[in-house]
Ligand binder design. Structure first.
Ligand code: NAP
Length: 427
């Protein structure tokens, strides 16, 4: 089993790196809220980043927002910069787990993963960037295994609902689940909502570099996973979904990549039946479709050129029709927003022979929760960390670079999320 050390050998169970970022500040609040769920009811934690004064402000803000004045004196500050390897090493030596909120990960992620592996700290991130996530798997799996360290990517809204949702659906299905399609809808409250520019930047550079992902995947030299049951149907680039009663497009984030990697791990390591997966996101009515097409065309054109990318980065509100903004959502907007992630599964019911004919069993499950980017993401990230700290015997025996589904399949992460407002149910 990989090492999950206690605070007796390292001063902090958790260090939140990038705590001064838009997302990082809410991860700080979530850690402060759930500190009593740490090992033996106690969690030792610190914040880290490149600017001491910004980190002091974040702690001050959390103390005010949560009415916990004690945070001002109890939370230690570590100054560390991605550009300074020694500072990263010093940070990692003090942590059992680093919660890494510094993105875009394609630019800043690798030195942090490297420092964690070299200095024996587990690493949890909220990246939704398949290229970063898969290249960490390619480059650090064996070193992480040697060091007994877990490097776990995509532990935010990308891609815990999808990855754990498919596993939950599999566990609830009475038989052999063979395929799942997921349909995401995000609802804004009366005050509207948006996504902070950090995610917009990650998306811009991800699309600009999408060809590299194909060549990276070839380096794994994977055999295709066997298809069990009917081959999952390919939907179009835009279609009306009867499942969620609105126009729908393929989901462009990391969910398909992450779910596929989990299914490969479970098939290759545990002989599980691979579940095929398709991910879709609702767009809304015809007015939203027109806006999306217009914004999509501008995006595809501009993202190819460096001047275009600079324009996109300078004016997120304009080019995304207000979906992304420099300021990010207000707390009021976040309170009003929510997500619903509906999973439609099929498979062979108990008694049906998976080697004969088409599967006839159906199941529908739902993962639902609060605003995805800055409420659900910190909840998922922090519960992932608490699961590592509290359930070491349920984790894979070896360290390595893992997806959430691969590392948490045998833990109680879904129950923990249920208790914290991200609910999994059969419908
Ligand atoms: N999975 C999900 O659903 C989800 C949800 C939300 C966010 N995210 C991802 O999380 C990442 C952060 O997003 P965000 O909106 O929070 O971005 P942000 O506000 O720009 O935060 C970036 C953070 O990185 C820090 N940073 C930048 N360069 C650094 C360096 N050289 N050394 C140390 N720290 C450095 C910044 O520090 P300073 O404050 O000092 O500038 C800041 O704390 C993005 O990749 C985004 O896609 C994912």
């Amino acid at each position: 089993m990989a090492r999950v050390e206690t605070s007796s050998s390292r001063p902090y169970h958790l260090v939140i790196f990038g705590a001064s970022g838009f997302t990082g500040q809410f991860v700080v609040e979530e850690v402060a809220r759930t500190a009593s769920e740490g090992p033996k009811g106690n969690l030792k934690w610190a914040v880290a980043g490149r600017s001491k004064s910004k980190l002091e402000k974040v702690v001050e803000q959390a103390a005010g927002a949560l009415s916990k004045p004690e945070l001002r004196t109890e939370v230690d500050i570590i100054v560390a910069d991605v550009e300074e390897p020694d500072s990263l090493a010093a940070m990692c030596k003090q942590a059992v787990i680093v919660l890494n909120c510094v993105g875009p990960y394609r630019f800043y992620g690798e030195p942090v993963v490297k420092a964690c592996v070299e200095n024996g700290a587990h690493h949890i991130d909220i990246s939704g960037e398949p290229q970063f996530l898969e290249s960490m798997q390619l480059n650090y799996s064996s070193q992480a295994a040697e060091k007994g360290v877990y490097i776990i990517g995509s532990c935010g809204f990308d891609s815990i609902p999808a990855d754990m949702g498919v596993l939950y659906t599999r566990d609830q299905f009475k038989g052999t689940l063979t395929a799942v399609e997921s349909f995401l809808t995000v609802s804004a409250g009366p005050d509207g909502g948006c996504i902070h520019e950090g995610t917009w930047q990650s998306a811009i550079y991800g699309f600009a570099d999408s060809q590299k992902l194909q060549s990276l995947r070839r380096q794994f030299n994977h055999k295709p996973l066997p298809t069990v049951g009917s081959k999952i149907k390919r939907r179009g680039a835009l279609f009306y979904s009867n499942e969620i009663q609105q126009y729908t497009v393929p989901f462009m984030g990391s969910d398909p990549s992450v779910v596929k990697r989990t299914q490969r791990f479970l098939t290759e390591e545990h002989g599980a039946t691979p579940v095929q997966y398709g991910a879709y996101a609702g767009v809304g009515g015809i007015g939203s479709v027109i806006k999306l097409m217009f914004a999509g065309m501008m995006f595809w054109f501009l993202v190819k050129f460096s001047f275009g990318r600079n324009l996109l980065i300078k004016h997120p509100e304009f080019f995304s029709f207000g979906l992304f903004s420099k300021a990010g959502p207000t707390r009021k907007q976040m309170e009003g927003a929510s997500f619903q992630f509906a999973l439609y599964g099929e498979g062979y019911t108990d008694g049906e022979d998976p080697s004969q004919g088409k599967p006839s069993g159906k199941i529908r499950t739902l993962v639902q929760g609060p605003e995805p980017g800055y409420v659900a993401t910190p909840i998922a990230m922090v519960q992932a960390a608490l699961t590592i700290l509290n359930e070491s015997t349920a984790l894979p025996k070896k360290g390595g670079v893992y997806t959430p589904g691969a590392v948490f399949a045998k833990t109680t992460l879904v129950d923990r999320l249920n208790k914290h407002g991200i609910q999994f149910s059969v419908i």
